[in-house]
Write a protein that binds this ligand. Structure first.
Ligand code: MF3
Ligand code: CO
Ligand code: CO
Length: 250
């Protein structure tokens, strides 16, 4: 899991210099796909991923979620990034049979102050959620910490999508929701691995799914941000399996 997590994190580092005005999300997908398969010798887990028989398989190797897209944005040659956009790139790789899942937000060119604040508060939501993790803590403690920080800052928390257990399978129990009440839900135990991946909206929390059956957008079409890490519960606390060099954890 550590090795898979490191591999996923390295894709976000690799793609960072290419997230600039004028690039299409398809070009970002192609670069990540080639890096994952050729450099890392890994499998891009989203490609052809299925969740149910009535939904088509996901057609690309990464998710690129721009502005009002909450998650599961499909890379496209016609989605060209422009100055002031915000975009989440979500990478999941399979290495030696295990999954590493992580995402981060990028500013395309110069961010608007309201977009910058949303992105930074959402990253802090993830970090505050991670710092709760230790044996004996409850899932509700994570959700409560994230929800209260987001709402105290005037934002809303998406309810329909959540973090998840992860390992040999991409998505397993438990569901790690990003809202909740302290001292409720399953108890964390050393050795568990799961993601925390809060989706925080500038406006209301409600979402819609587009006709492609994957793209999740805010119902009010206002901005949404998301950051994700894969976390291991250790004897004393947590290990962030998808940590990047640029991150300082204290
Ligand atoms: N990486 C996403 C997550 O964090 C899931 C993407 S599934 C896909 O759980 F099929 F849309 F790629
Ligand atoms: Co995930
Ligand atoms: Co992900």
């Amino acid at each position: 899991m550590r090795s898979a997590g490191n591999a996923a994190a390295s894709v976000l580092d690799m793609i960072t210099p290419f997230v600039v005005p004028g690039v299409s999300t398809e070009e970002l997908n192609t670069r990540c796909h080639d890096y994952i398969t050729e450099e890392l010798q890994c499998i891009p887990a989203p490609l052809h991923y299925t969740t149910s028989a009535d939904i088509p398989p996901f057609p690309k190797s990464i998710c690129t979620s721009v502005n009002q897209v909450v998650c599961h944005g499909i890379p496209s040659p016609t989605r060209v990034l422009k100055d002031g956009d915000i975009v989440n790139i979500d990478i999941t790789v399979i290495k030696e049979g295990f999954h590493g899942d992580t995402s981060k937000m990028f500013f395309v060119g110069k961010p608007k102050p309201f977009a910058k604040r949303l992105v930074e508060i959402t990253q802090e939501c993830l970090y505050r959620g991670i710092r709760v993790v230790k044996p004996g803590a409850k899932l509700g403690d994570i959700g409560y910490t994230i929800q209260s920080f987001a709402e105290d800052n005037g934002y809303s928390v998406v309810r329909e999508f959540c973090g998840h257990g992860i390992g040999k399978k991409f998505h397993t129990a438990p569901q790690v929701v990003h809202y909740g009440r302290p001292n409720t839900g399953a108890t964390l135990v050393e050795g568990m691995a799961f993601t925390i991946e809060p989706m925080i909206n500038l406006g209301r929390r409600h979402v819609r799914i587009l006709s492609d059956q994957w793209t999740v957008v805010t119902a009010d079409r206002k901005l949404s941000a998301q950051w994700e890490h894969t976390i291991l519960v250790t004897a004393n606390g947590y290990e962030v399996l998808t940590l990047r060099d640029e991150e300082q954890f204290v």
